[in-house]
Design a protein around this ligand. Sequence first.
Ligand code: CTP
Ligand code: CA
Length: 228
Amino acid sequence: RVLGGRPADLAGRRVVISAGGTREAIDPVRFIGNRSSGLQGYALARTALARGAEVTLVAANVALPDPAGAEVIRVESALELRAAVLEAVEGADVVVMAAAVADFRPAARSGSKIKKTAADPDAIHLVKNPDILAELGERRREGLKPSPAVIAGFAAETDDVLANGRAKLARKGCDLLVVNQVGENLAFGTPDNAAVVLSADGGRTDIPRGPKEALADTVWDLVAARLG
Ligand code: CTP
Ligand code: CA
């Protein structure tokens, strides 16, 4: 069976995808955020649905239409995204962390709007957010709960992109890491993307610059191969 020219190779599989970028509140009106549009995560969701998967999409601050047939859970902060993902992965076969998760959040959120005064403002003290992808890998390694058979992440890198990607893949304990080279108008907010997918067994798949749907389909090819 073929759906829109795609194989139904994810039929009966439950996949969880995080998309977008988290916002870490400073006060009721301000936040620390990032430039992630959610386009790649949504492309992953649409293509997984087209290949027959049951999709839960955990969306952080995305202004895109819900993919038809997906369960969409909206979150704002990294802590909210963590809670939603950890709940959604129970019983899932695959998790793909495409969201840009803030590494840090303000240690305290001001209950009222911070007012401008004559003096310069106080520094904003930041604390680390939990690393959700690493946590998923760790939970699986420890065999604590039934974990997804395939855990995948994304990484935007500069400098030595491949070496950074390899080190990150090992550190996170995931199976696949989609590594984007940032700059050159790729990645953020653009319809196109190019990447190298590294796998835990040492494999490497180059994805030439093209639509985010094409990158998504290659990711699902690799995921389906690992699911067997
Ligand atoms: N990620 C996560 N939780 C975080 C930070 C990142 O789950 N607190 C996930 C992202 O969703 C992505 C992967 O980890 O799939 C890689 O994110 P990246 O920011 O490249 O890695 P970091 O470990 O945060 O390293 P650094 O930002 O220092 O390069
Ligand atoms: Ca990071």
